[in-house]
Design a protein around this ligand. Structure first.
Ligand SMILES: *[C@@H]1O[C@H](CO)[C@@H](O)[C@H](O)[C@H]1NC(C)=O
Ligand SMILES: *[C@@H]1O[C@H](CO)[C@@H](O)[C@H](O)[C@H]1NC(C)=O
Ligand SMILES: *[C@@H]1O[C@H](CO)[C@@H](O)[C@H](O)[C@H]1NC(C)=O
Ligand SMILES: *[C@@H]1O[C@H](CO)[C@@H](O)[C@H](O)[C@H]1NC(C)=O
Ligand SMILES: *[C@@H]1O[C@H](CO)[C@@H](O)[C@H](O)[C@H]1NC(C)=O
Length: 825
């Protein structure tokens, strides 16, 4: 005991009733106490015990934290279940050796020592362990000598040297349990402990259900978590004998500070390492880590292969129990043997197929003999009809020990690294087939698998898939032909995503994740396993966007690369589902700001101007700079998305059209676009060109400045649309009255006037009178003289009113809808 601590204790004994802040001691003896405001510090100064309030709560708890780490990190809580209301908690050591935490003489929490102590003393060790021991014990420093220790009652944090698991002698089960919330240390429903099966293993639970298993210990690591094998920083160990079954780890270097924490917020157990230079806890590893870590994802005898699409495959020699459900990505029924087992003890017709690099199956129904080897293990398994697989229980050296599984094999996954061999029982004739196919060329097998997988999941398919599929079937038919003779130039260089991954990322298209409704279906926010956020556009089956538009959008956008166009990350076509995955834009769409009085304030003029210029650059790229000449045909505020830096990106290319090199305008029977943004020649005659986009841009400009919708604009005195209104004000020299009150304070008048001027030029009745995009950019960025705008089309304003009145329900609401069929005169 150092001098300082000694003095503190003396002081403390002398004035036991006084609460003195930051009084420090490293042990307490009978009749001494710690009250709120005082702390107990471990001898090496690493840990501190005292009262704290979690988060913003004002409830008091007794806990242990790292003394030297500035981020308050609570590693243990005594009274998790019962909080103390006021700062009057007091911890006392009773003569029985029991630690008692009370508030106003009400006992809130107490510890129960194994046995009666003669002269108990409570001490906080430098490992973070709060122990009660007998000073008269011959060997008080030995763990066995502790009358009680906090390490036996872990909270959510596993410190080095702690054991997670069972002391079978007294039935003590040490489990980690997450806090309910950062404010509430009481036990949540996310926990981790050891299951004492014949072949014991550690399991994480969510409520009563298994949530994740890292796989049983194989002498070196858990087969499903090979990254946790011994390295230069950590030693891991799993002990299983007649007295104890536990998992533990220690740090190899004193300079390292590392903990394992259960987190109820995201249901993840993470290993953190304290990084001194950054003064931060950093995540070293987290489990579960990916989709395949989901417990029993692929059902009985299924194998989860994270790099495959779909991720679930039947183990070799097995087939889906229900092909229909399996193909619709419902893997819960699992797989069954392709050929029945013989189970004939005397006339052996079964054999075993060795499958490598697996996370071993759930060990609930297992049998273990650590003394026998693999050959004997095989015989044991073969002789018991319900034995389905076996392997070595310890892989060190040449391998030893025997673990066998009864019944279905559950929760297997293919490990990219590590993993273990498993010998799986099957009908001998199946083995012969497997052996034969195994001799064939690897490429053949892979191609066949791709062909089966694609043909299984594909219905109509986008051009890309059709091509791949076609190529593949060609390849299967003529395996030996040169594969490079196909034409790939038109293939889209776009990742094809698996539906299950998207279902997972969006929480099964949960309504909570819906972030918008595009012209052809809802858009969801998704989160990939790696944490990347994505926007998922799910085309509704009933939507107007058929396969044509879909293919169009995919083909087009995949080729477009510009910082003012949203980036398409991938697509997915499976069965009826058509899904586009875009980069996620955290600030959603422009319309949600400019047409909203409250949110409109967020976008001051400089931001709006930045957005105008960005949209202009995006359009310039589409019209002139990209290899293709593209008319968007549905430019509007809701199709301009904003990222976290307020950079605008044009979205929704479902209606876009490409033009050949010198083609200037096109004609269509199918007018698509949105009322209020459509150029008259396009709305009425179906003639579109880059100039019809310019018209839409002009409208957009007016809307950004005025904060009002062109369609749905209503003026008390005259029935005019926004264009008509703007024209009137312009003519009257009162154009400044058009400005949205949200930007009146922040705008530069000359800039705004110039933008209004440009917008009026863009909405000219005759396409040839409208500027092209490069002129618009030039006009925006310079002080050059601008042409005088002509009066906008009278018919246009009338037309717009008609459109409004024909759909009164939509009038003036934010639900503008992209129409797919207007008129084809
Ligand atoms: C805390 O306060 C509540 C009501 O204010 C009371 O019911 C509860 O018994 C108190 N808890 C303790 C430990 O005194
Ligand atoms: C504690 O007890 C005293 C005396 O019985 C009482 O006056 C006081 O209100 C109590 N405090 C709390 C927080 O219950
Ligand atoms: C749990 O995870 C959340 C989100 O990642 C984080 O903010 C929080 O600090 C974590 N809690 C613990 C106890 O580590
Ligand atoms: C193995 O499979 C074959 C083919 O399905 C079947 O005819 C045979 O009966 C099976 N063997 C046994 C022993 O059941
Ligand atoms: C096979 O193993 C199971 C589970 O251990 C056991 O109940 C059964 O008796 C065994 N059957 C034979 C034939 O040994």
């Amino acid at each position: 005991m150092n001098v300082l601590a000694f003095i503190s204790i003396i002081t403390y004994i002398l004035v036991p009733s006084l609460r003195v802040f930051s009084m420090e001691a490293d042990s307490i003896t009978v009749s001494q106490s710690i009250s709120d405001g005082m702390t107990l510090v471990s001898q090496g100064g690493t840990f501190e015990l005292g009262f704290f309030s979690p988060g913003s709560s004002n409830k008091r708890y007794l806990g242990i934290w790292y003394k030297k780490i500035p981020t308050r990190t609570i590693v243990w809580v005594a009274n998790r279940q019962t909080s103390i209301n006021v700062t009057s908690g007091i911890l006392m050591l009773k003569s029985t050796g029991s630690l008692v935490l009370s508030q106003n003489d009400t006992v809130v929490w107490c510890s129960t020592p194994h046995e009666q102590a003669k002269k108990p003393v409570a001490q906080l060790l430098d490992s973070g362990n709060l122990v009660v021991k007998d000073e008269e014990d011959a060997n008080p420093e030995e763990e066995e000598g502790y009358l009680w220790q906090s390490f036996d009652y872990p909270s959510d944090t596993m410190l080095p040297g702690m054991k997670i698991g069972w002391d079978l002698r007294n039935g003590l089960n040490r489990r980690l349990t997450a806090w309910k919330s950062p404010e509430d240390p009481s036990p949540g429903d996310f926990s981790w402990g050891i299951e004492t099966y014949n072949y014991p293993e550690s399991v994480m639970n969510k409520g009563n259900k298994k949530y994740y298993r890292p796989g049983p210990w194989n002498g070196l690591y858990q087969s499903g978590a090979p990254e946790l094998k011994p390295n230069s920083l950590f030693d891991y160990n799993f002990v299983s004998d007649q007295n104890e079954v536990y998992y533990t780890y220690t740090l190899r270097t004193n300079s390292l500070v590392s903990i394992l924490v259960m987190n109820q917020t995201n249901y993840v157990r993470s290993r953190y390492v304290w990084v001194e230079t950054d003064q931060k806890w950093k995540i070293y590893a987290s489990r579960p880590g990916d989709y395949c870590d989901t417990y029993n994802l692929c059902g009985a005898n299924g194998n989860c292969i994270i790099s495959d699409s779909p991720v679930c495959q039947c183990l070799k020699g097995f087939r889906p129990k229900s092909l229909e459900m399996w193909n619709s990505m419902d893997w819960s029924q699992g797989c069954v043997h392709k050929k029945p087992l013989s189970c004939d003890k005397f006339n052996q017709k079964d054999g075993f197929l060795k499958v490598s690099s697996l996370k071993l199956p759930d060990t609930t129904f297992t049998w273990l003999d650590e003394t026998i080897g693999l050959e004997e293990c095989r015989t044991k398994c073969l002789n018991n009809c319900s034995c389905m697989a076996y392997t070595n229980s310890d892989i060190r050296g040449k391998g030893r020990g025997c673990a066998i599984w009864f019944g279905d094999l559950i929760d297997i996954r293919q490990m990219p690294v590590g993993g273990q061999d498993l010998y799986i029982r099957m009908n001998a004739s199946e083995l012969i087939e497997e052996a034969e196919t195994g001799h064939k060329k690897l490429t053949k097998t892979i191609i066949a698998i791709i062909a089966i997988a694609t043909s299984g999941m594909l219905l109509l398919g986008c051009i890309w898939i059709l091509k791949v599929c076609k190529n593949n079937s060609d390849k299967v038919k003529h395996v030996d032909q040169d594969q490079n003779n196909g034409k790939h130039s038109e293939d889209l260089d776009l990742p094809l995503l698996d539906l299950s991954a998207i279902v997972y990322a969006t929480g099964n298209f949960s309504i909570d994740n819906k972030i918008g409704e595009g012209g052809f279906g809802p858009v969801y926010l998704g989160k990939l396993v790696n944490g990347e956020e994505i926007a998922v556009k799910r085309l509704s089956k009933s939507s107007g966007q058929g396969m044509t538009e879909f293919k169009n959008e995919v083909k087009l956008v995949a080729k477009l690369q510009h910082r003012n166009l949203v980036k398409l990350l991938g697509c997915c076509i499976q069965g009826e589902e058509k899904i586009l995955v875009y980069e996620y834009m955290s600030n959603s769409s422009l319309d949600s700001f400019i047409f909203d009085d409250a949110k409109g304030e967020v976008l001051d003029w400089s931001k709006r101007y930045h957005i105008i210029c960005g949209v202009a650059r995006g359009l310039l790229y589409l019209h002139h700079d990209s290899r293709l000449r593209i008319v968007h045909r549905d430019l509007k505020a809701s199709n301009v998305l904003l990222d976290d830096m307020w950079n605008p990106k044009i979205a929704d290319f479902g209606t876009a059209r490409t033009f050949g090199g010198d083609q200037i305008e096109g004609n269509t029977n199918r007018v698509v676009g949105t009322y209020g943004y459509m150029a008259p020649e396009y709305a009425i005659d179906g003639v579109f060109s880059i100039k019809s986009d310019i018209f839409s841009f002009g409208i957009l400009l007016l809307e950004i400045i005025s904060g009002k919708r062109n369609r749905g604009f209503y003026h008390a005195n005259h029935s005019q649309n926004l264009i008509g209104h703007a024209w009137r004000k312009w003519k009257e020299g009162k154009a400044l009255e058009l400005i949205d009150k949200n930007i009146v304070g922040s705008c530069i008048e000359s800039e705004v006037l110039r933008c209004i001027h440009i917008s009026l030029l863009c909405v000219e009745e005759h396409p040839k009178d409208r500027p092209n995009m490069s002129s618009v950019i030039l006009m925006l960025g310079s002080e050059m003289e601008l042409a005088n705008p002509k009066q906008p089309d009278f018919y246009m304003s009338k037309f717009s009113d008609e459109a409004n009145s024909s759909q009164p329900a939509d009038f003036g609401t934010s639900n503008e809808i992209t129409i797919t069929q207007l008129i084809a005169r």
